[in-house]
Design a protein around this ligand. Structure first.
Ligand SMILES: Cc1ncc(COP(=O)(O)O)c(C=O)c1O
Length: 383
């Protein structure tokens, strides 16, 4: 299996002008990633700027209710409110070292755009974000945050005006401006080297959680659960456990309107093999049908390493519908005093679903729900 090839998934399916810059990026990444200087700078920023390590929290109320010991890896406590900063810091440092002066990124829920705007401000790089019109509307607070930190936010109106269209727009920009621009891809998606690079930058989640869990309980968890949009927080959690066969993996996709509905965002549970955004993976074909209550899961493709995990049976991917995610959002708020992101609420809902089958469950709480309060106020009549 060559770099960037996940047993036939992944690869670099791009137009000719993008081949050379991607090769350069892959080489730069391979050269720089393990150097002491790069690791020291990244570790320092992850600790002092982002707030690592994040805690491992035993949710006693929820555990008692569902009859399994449920633990949360608290990525919601990071600067910016989500795991996205782990990857944004890594790639921005790499871009700086490679002599780039400009960052571009796509964003759905706005968390990756916010993380990119943060690192752009921090490292003094011009920053431009592409965001679908429909997401600009439902995640306005994050649009304001990005602008405040000096990023330009470009509203994308083509296609379904969502995350997939924002990726298309960012790829076009990248192809035109390869000399000075780094495309800071926000998940384990796209052409090589992005899926493996983003995974490596997010792997700190599972590395910390594995140590913390063992220290706390003397064992590894029976199951590890995460939500899957592009799949970066899930792969970040799973990577450290990949050879621990006793740890079952579960991925919660955006099941949208639920069983029988064609409107969902679950390419692993229900999609087909195809090429999208430069990678071979699992895809939902009709773009206009992609739907999830959470903007961050609303994507027709998924990271190729997840497609491989599905193929070989390493991870059980399930579609979690909007209603179950909303119920988990409310339940975690009321029971534990933790307001999760709507994306992360899908993982919480799946943890509830599998609680009868496992004694200990580690859930990645990928982000906090502050960005979702307007939606929550309307849903739960809080005004
Ligand atoms: C809090 C949170 N969790 C999860 C995701 C989904 O992304 P990924 O699957 O790459 O972790 C997003 C995307 O915006 C997010 O904001």
């Amino acid at each position: 299996m060559s770099e960037g090839d996940f047993e036939g998934y992944g690869g670099r399916h791009v137009p000719e002008p993008l081949e050379e810059p991607l090769e350069q990026l892959a080489n730069a990444y391979d050269e720089i990633k393990d150097t002491d200087a790069f690791q020291a700078e990244l570790d320092k920023l992850l600790r002092d700027y982002a707030g690592r390590p994040t805690s491992l929290y035993h949710a006693e109320g929820l555990s008692e209710r569902y009859g399994a010991e449920i633990y949360f890896k608290r990525e919601d406590l990071l600067h910016g409110g989500a795991h996205k900063i782990n990857n944004a810091l890594g790639q921005a440092l790499l871009a700086k070292q490679a002599g780039k002066s400009r960052l571009i990124a796509e964003t759905g829920a706005g968390q990756h755009g916010t993380a990119t705007a943060m690192v752009g401000a921090l490292l003094d790089l011009d920053t431009e974000i592409y965001m679908g019109e429909k997401d600009v509307e439902r995640q306005q607070m994050n649009v304001f945050r990005m602008r405040l930190m000096g990023a330009e936010v470009n509203e994308v109106t083509r296609g379904g005006a969502g995350l997939s269209d924002a990726v298309d727009a960012a790829l076009e920009d990248f192809a035109k401006n390869i000399d000075d621009t780094h495309y800071l891809v926000g998940s384990v998606v796209g052409p090589d080297p992005f899926p493996r690079m983003v995974r490596d930058f997010q792997a700190v989640i599972g590395e910390e959680a594995r140590e913390q869990f063992r220290e706390r309980t003397g064992e590894l968890p029976d199951a590890a659960v995460a939500c899957v949009g592009g799949g970066s927080n899930a792969m970040g959690l799973f990577h450290a456990f990949r050879n621990d066969d006793e740890v079952a993996f579960y991925g919660a996709e955006g099941g949208g309107e639920g069983a029988g509905s064609k409107r969902h965002a679950a390419p692993l549970a229900e999609g087909e093999d195809d090429v999208i955004h430069g990678m071979k993976t699992r895809v939902i074909h009709d773009d206009t049908e992609v739907h999830s209550v959470s903007a961050g899961l609303d994507y027709p493709g998924v990271g190729p390493e997840h497609a491989m995990f599905r193929e070989v049976g390493r991870c059980d991917y399930r579609a979690v519908d909007d209603e179950s995610a909303k119920a988990a959002f409310r339940e975690l708020s009321e029971e534990e005093g933790i307001i999760p992101a709507l994306e992360s609420s899908h993982a919480v809902a799946l943890a509830k679903e599998i609680a009868d089958d496992h004694d200990t469950i580690l859930v990645n709480l990928s982000g906090r729900g502050d960005k979702d309060m307007e939606q929550a106020a309307a849903l739960f009549d809080l005004a």
